[in-house]
Design a protein around this ligand. Sequence first.
Ligand SMILES: [Zn+2]
Length: 80
Amino acid sequence: MIPSASPSPEGPETPLCSAKGCRAAAVWVLAWNNPKLHTPERRKTWLACDEHREHLSTFLGMRGFLKETVRLQEWEQREG
Ligand SMILES: [Zn+2]
């Protein structure tokens, strides 16, 4: 028995900010790569709300890991 699908904005699919303790919906995707652990084309992603985007991108930027910051909407379109 499969219940009829009803889209829920609060379902498990809703991406949340990756910042510690933050439960806000993610707006940004920070794509990064640690050259010591990952091959150059590999992308790890962190999600960020508006409030934490700068904090998280500074964290990654200082380590030289940050590759790009993209709106979640745009990122999902790219992923197809
Ligand atoms: Zn946040």
